[in-house]
Design a protein around this ligand. Structure first.
Ligand code: ATP
Ligand code: MG
Length: 259
């Protein structure tokens, strides 16, 4: 791994890049995953590389949904496994969610490597390799486990693609996404859209889950009930507002007139 000085102004972002590159080197992340990360970085730059208040609000509602679910599943792809393996395992433990590996560029070798990588980071059972059920889609992300994503009532799908997200919503599941692009089909079609970097969102969710896990069912239900379609639309628009504010402030700071 390239050594990056801690005082570098883009330290966090560069460290995240290193993790993704390492993911590719050890065969858990696809090369396309590098490009997806680059797209995410752009939106994160516009967001000011921070968790905005409405993202934290969505993260809390998402945790309440996971805690209330009968069969909650966390779907993991190559980027997620490379960036936040420990935090995914913690979130699964605290919320009682199962982990399922699901890949766009699926191969037995990658399925194995990601499963083993998660186990090395403390995961118990990892679903996904059975692949004994199918969603109504014509690519490999359709392949799921019957006892996992197929029958889940709540699914957390970080860095998802738009059509699978929509298919899961159409199946009647409560779908939580983490995607820095507030205009992606994923963010627009999800029930709870978290517009935040996965490297911040998952650790935040672990903390929320620890704080909320002993809450009464009614308390969790009221968090979920107050988070509806209208609120989610506000979460998307406030992310766009924050991005335009960041642009405005950076522009003024650098002496460029904001017209
Ligand atoms: P859609 O299919 O939903 O319209 P897309 O085709 O634009 O989305 P993909 O390239 O399939 O998206 O997936 C990458 C998505 O994941 C992008 O929207 C990107 O912003 C987001 N993303 C990438 N890295 C991260 C990250 N670290 N944290 C959060 N989101 C990320
Ligand atoms: Mg896509």
């Amino acid at each position: 791994m390239t050594r990056i000085p801690v005082e570098h102004p883009r330290y966090e972002s560069l460290m995240t890049r290193e993790k993704i590159v390492e993911g590719v080197q050890i065969g858990i992340t696809s090369r396309q995953g590098l490009i997806a990360q680059g797209r995410g970085e752009t939106f994160d730059y516009l967001l000011g590389e921070r968790t905005i208040a409405t993202a934290a609000y969505a993260e809390r509602a998402a945790v309440a949904l996971l805690l209330l679910a009968q069969n909650p599943i966390i779907s993991v792809n190559g980027n997620t496994a490379a960036l936040v393996p420990d935090e995914i395992v913690s979130l699964s433990d605290v919320t009682g969610s199962q982990i399922e590996v699901n890949l766009f560029h699926r191969s037995d070798a990658r399925m194995h490597k990601i499963t083993n990588h998660l186990k090395a980071h403390g995961a118990g059972n990892v679903l996904g390799r059975k692949g004994n059920a199918r969603l109504d889609l014509d690519h490999d992300r359709a392949i799921v486990d019957e006892g996992g994503i197929y029958s889940a009532d709540v699914v957390l799908v970080p860095l998802e693609d738009g059509d699978r997200c929509k298919t899961l919503v159409d199946m009647g599941k409560n779908v939580i996404t983490i995607d820095l692009n507030p205009l992606s089909r994923t963010s627009i079609s999800a029930n709870v859209s978290i517009i935040d970097n996965i490297t911040r969102a998952i650790p935040n969710m672990v903390q929320f889950a620890k704080d909320m896990k002993h809450n009464k069912t009614e308390e969790l239900e009221s968090v979920v009930d107050s988070y509806n379609n209208k609120v989610n639309a506000k979460v998307l628009s406030s992310a766009m507002y924050e991005m335009s504010e960041t642009l405005k402030n950076m522009s003024i700071e650098r002496g460029i007139e904001w017209i």
